[in-house]
Design a protein around this ligand. Sequence first.
Ligand code: KMH
Ligand code: ZN
Length: 286
Amino acid sequence: METRKNAVDPQALLITVAPTGAETAKADCPQLPTTLEELVRTAQECEAAGAAMIHVHIRDDEHRPTLDLARLTDTVQALRESTDLVVQLSTGGSVHDPLDHRLRVLDAQPDSCSLTMGTTNFGDDVFSNPWPFVCELYQLSQERQVVPEFELFDLGQVAALHRLLDRFGLPYGGRVHCDLVMGVPGGMPGTADALVASVAALPAQVTSWSATGIGRTTLPVALAALSKGGHLRVGMEDVVTISRGVPVESNRQLVERAAAIGELAQRRPMTTVEARTFLGLPSTAV
Ligand code: KMH
Ligand code: ZN
């Protein structure tokens, strides 16, 4: 029987874990994985719980966000040696990282990189993604054979994705995967209505999308995403309470919850092997 290239069981649910982020301080949240050892252990636990991709921000010895290239390279290698997860490095970094440092992230040769489609107010800060930077990062990802995940913080960024794909063509691997990042103060709200509007506006080239809701929007966004046939990103980058006033114990707890609500929707966690096909990656890490 002929099988369609890149076909993956439509019931499979891609769970991406974003375990650390750049915003939460270790002092405020000691369970946040900030050392390499903690990150590797978290990654292994989350893979066992159903995650197939990890979105990685790293920290320095003082637990502060860093884009140090040697550390990023060691992190990619350590995650590859200890898990089968698709390794996605953040090119967003922290709101304080200069654009040239963010471009350099691709030198660490991850499988995937995040690529935010425009500038967003980010609480009291600005997450800067000028159009020329977006274009340069996208072309670099094509050259370096890194699969981008397009981060969409508002509807205007969905329109920017149309422009980018029309101008520069498809990403490396030929698949177009997006993540709706919702509920950031300054971006689109984390509501079912905003999710439906964004999904309706996605370019025709998009082959898959996930969604994540920041803070208290995490559950409404996850449930809306499942209702619309999307995939999920969860993790302590995005939420540090499991319910009102109750701290998250671990990233594994969030992945387990995502797998459980996925199961209610009759979706089962996508395997790491399936995720590689799904995202247009070679079947094993290079
Ligand atoms: N930390 C935010 C400023 C990404 O990873 O690409 C940006 C962010 C997006 O987390
Ligand atoms: Zn991030």
